[in-house]
Design a protein around this ligand. Sequence first.
Ligand SMILES: [Zn+2]
Length: 430
Amino acid sequence: MPCLVCPKGKTASLMEYRDNPGGGCYDRRVSGFGFEILAESSVSDEKRDSEDTKGCRARLGKVTTPHGEFDTPAFMPVGTKGTVKGLLPQVVRETGSQVILNNTYHLMLRPGSELVKKMGGVHRFMDWDGVILTDSGGFQVFSLGDINELNDAGVTFKSQIDGAMVRMEAEDSMRIQNDLGADIIMAFDDCPPAKITDIDGQSPAGRHAVSDKEYDTRNRQAVERTVNWLKRSVDAHNNDAQALFGIVQGGTDLAMRSECAERVVEMDLPGYAIGGVAVGEGHEKMMQITRHTAPRLPRDKPRYLMGVGYEKDIVAAVKAGVDMFDCVLPTRNGRNGNAFTGQGQIRLRNAQYKEDARPMEEGCDCLTCRRFSRAYIRHLFMADEMLGPMLVSIHNIRYFQRLMVDIREAIRKDDWSIVGANRPVLDMDA
Ligand SMILES: [Zn+2]
């Protein structure tokens, strides 16, 4: 008897299906996870599936998990160390956030995944009752870690907490993410460094960049490892309640992206991510990769563009058919006193706001804008008070969630002018 849930009819018997009413399949090890497309932008199938077009392939959907649902396209605030910096979970919830991201790299080093497991898992530990996604830890090992050894089996790096050598392979990432207990977990992958000639401006990612010649070898290696580590991740994954997403690498080489997508999709997973972007390659290249890769991922599964981005990146990627995003921008910039607004970012430390009684952004419904003036928030930053970073982070997350609300409305009504309205600096056709 083919599975009643899997489109490919690959697995479970009817009896197994009855025993697992959450809707998943045993061999995909997902119960209680689902993705439903509620509306799609009105373009022809031909245009939607053609790769190098800016044609709109946007989808409005809903992801279901054991900790509730979230609407897509979705923006996930980053709660690096098990906290969205400076914000109570309730406050994060009030920004309209339904799903947050935690970083495996940070939590494994401190306090350690065993402790989080002992405390009832990461939802309970941080008191977030919504959906949580954890990354695999790989990207941060490569971008932050002091790498001692990187080979086909995995990576050894020096802990930034106590200098100890830490070995990380696919099985370790899965064990740690199983301990943490997020609803969506990511396969362990190898993210190649950017190519020097692709680096856009003064991106900090440039410090790892490699020459063009070296790049092709390193990129091929990263794709092979990513596919191999995905297989090992699938085998090691050991918690039915968590959905494991595969990640497509391939750098800026579109043929490598195609190959990697094909090999990753073969694994038949509940969702897929496009990784290795936003590493300094710039908007144009990022969108070229996204427009090329997204249609190569199954239409009936959520697609996640990792670590992106600015408003125009998100709008363009949604149009390319991406459903999920995460980025540190709202909180990182918030802590530095930079507020996102529809008129562009404003720097609250500037003297021009000294006597400015207006809210940070007129018309914003966030807690900060409802109650506090620019002058007060500027004062908090000048006086180095902790409330300043908190208030701007609240606004910035809400700003991104309002963007997502408008994007979802635009898809539902098939009218993108909804997103452009009141955002004069947002390039809708980027
Ligand atoms: Zn606001």
